[in-house]
Structures are given as structure tokens and as C-alpha cells.
Design a protein around this ligand. Structure first.
Ligand code: DGL
Length: 247
């Protein structure tokens, strides 16, 4: 299977990390729209336009599947991407919801959804989680984490102050949905902030669960071919990829 992975920037690498751990694909082509990140502060039409451009880019590669490793795009543009794509397109919101319902047996669990402003405004998670019977939901737009992660800030004073700014008035949740693929890069800091009793739900692991539910994988690929593309400064993206994916 030849896979395309799309994100606005480097966040989708957290999904690639999980995909590599499970050795599901023979070839992975990653595209990060680094020239235009962040998407999470942009409006719906702009997000859709950028997402369709990504589909056009992927047409150069004869892919079998595209994973939209971006919650913001998954929340707004999945349908439009599917209409323009010659291969199936799957997003991370659905898999995040699947992972949440698998992990939490108590429907009254207090769930905090973190995401970009666009993802939170879309209410994509709330809509799907309500259908699964979860009612105790709160969502918080925490977009400042995106440039921090793009900047390589995964811990330290600035991050601590930002977490305090966003979370100090919230009660400690049972679970936090990392509803932005950039956020697993700061999961250690988030786990320390909320404490070990709070479960963090990560899109990357969730998507593997979703893939295994929908497709049959016969072969394990220990050394898949990886190609990284970016709309600006691909070298920087490749460096982060090398570090984060231990390449
Ligand atoms: N990584 C993206 C997401 O999952 C968005 C970051 C952004 O471009 O704002 O939503």
C-alpha cells in the first residue's frame, strides 16, 4: 500500500510515527503545508481550498490511500477531498472518536477536547461523541500550542505558562482528546499538567485502530520508503521528521 499523509505542518508526523510502529505501509509520502501553517485560525473556505490543493499534489504519486493527519482539515474538508481524489481519504476526527469510545466505558466521563479554533468551532468531535452517548464534554481552543510545536518548544516555562492560561479554570478531566496532531508532541507536558489519572487520547494510535477495522493488512513493512515534502523549507520538515521518527 502506498500512502499519502497530509497536515498543515509537522503535526502529522505524530501520526506517521504510529503508522511506522505498526509497519502497515510500503511507502509513505508526507506533505506538510509549512508555508501556510497554521490552518486552525483560517476560515472554512480557505481550509477547503488548501485541502483540495493537497489532493492535487498527491495525484503525482498514484496513492492507494490518503490520511488527513490534521484535525482542522478533517473537520472541514474531508468530503471535498474525497470528491477530488482518485483514492480513499480518511481523517483523524472519526478515529479520535472511535478511540475515545473504546477507552472510556463510562459515558459520564468528563472529556476535554483540545484543538485549534477552527476544529473547536466546527464541533466535529462534540457532534460525533454525543451520538456515542457522551454528554460531559468541554472543548477548548488551544491554538498557541501549534506555533510552539512548530518552533520546537515541547517543554519549559513558556509552555507551562500557556497551559496555565488555558486550563487553570477547568476541572481536571477524565480524558483529554488531543484533537490536533501537533499536540502529541507536548503530551508529556500535558500529562504532567493534568496528572496521571487523566487519559490522553492520541490521533496516531487511534488511526491505526481505525485502519485495522476497515482494511486488511497482510504484510508488515519493516523498512518502508519515506518521502517528505513541504510547501516551504522542506529541509526543516525533514530534520524534525528525522528527530521525531528516529530516522
Ligand atoms: N495539526 C493540525 C490539526 O490537527 C492543525 C494545526 C494548524 O494548522 O493550525 O488540527
Amino acid at each position: 500500500m502506498k500512502l499519502g499523509v497530509f497536515d498543515s505542518g509537522i503535526g502529522g508526523l505524530t501520526v506517521v510515527k504510529s503508522l511506522l510502529e505498526h509497519q502497515l505501509f510500503e511507502e509513505i509520502i508526507y506533505f506538510g503545508d509549512t508555508a501556510r501553517v497554521p490552518y486552525g485560525i483560517k476560515d472554512k473556505n480557505t481550509i477547503i481550498r488548501y485541502a483540495i490543493e493537497a489532493v492535487e499534489f498527491f495525484k503525482n504519486f498514484e496513492l492507494d490511500l490518503i490520511i488527513v493527519a490534521c484535525n482542522t482539515v478533517s473537520a472541514y474538508a474531508l468530503e471535498e477531498m474525497r470528491e477530488n481524489s482518485t483514492c480513499p481519504v480518511i481523517g483523524v476526527v472519526e478515529s479520535g472518536v472511535l478511540a475515545t469510545s473504546n477507552a472510556l466505558k463510562d459515558k459520564n466521563s468528563n472529556i476535554l477536547i483540545l484543538g485549534t479554533k477552527a476544529t473547536v468551532n466546527s464541533k466535529a468531535y462534540e457532534t460525533s461523541l454525543h451520538k456515542q452517548g457522551f454528554a460531559n464534554l468541554q472543548a477548548k481552543a488551544t491554538g498557541l500550542f501549534v506555533p510552539m510545536v512548530e518552533e520546537g518548544i515541547y517543554s519549559g516555562e513558556i509552555l507551562d505558562a500557556t497551559m496555565k492560561h488555558y486550563f487553570q479554570d477547568l476541572e481536571v478531566p477524565h480524558a483529554v482528546i488531543l484533537g490536533c496532531t501537533h499536540f502529541p508532541l507536548i503530551s508529556e507536558a500535558l500529562q504532567n499538567y493534568f496528572g496521571k489519572n487523566t487519559l490522553l487520547i492520541h490521533s496516531g494510535e487511534a488511526i491505526v485502530e481505525q485502519l485495522k477495522k476497515n482494511f486488511t493488512f497482510h504484510t508488515k513493512y519493516k523498512n518502508p520508503e519515506l518521502k517528505f515534502f513541504a510547501s516551504e523549507n522542506p529541509e526543516a520538515l525533514r530534520n524534525v521528521a528525522k528527530m521525531w521518527l528516529n530516522l
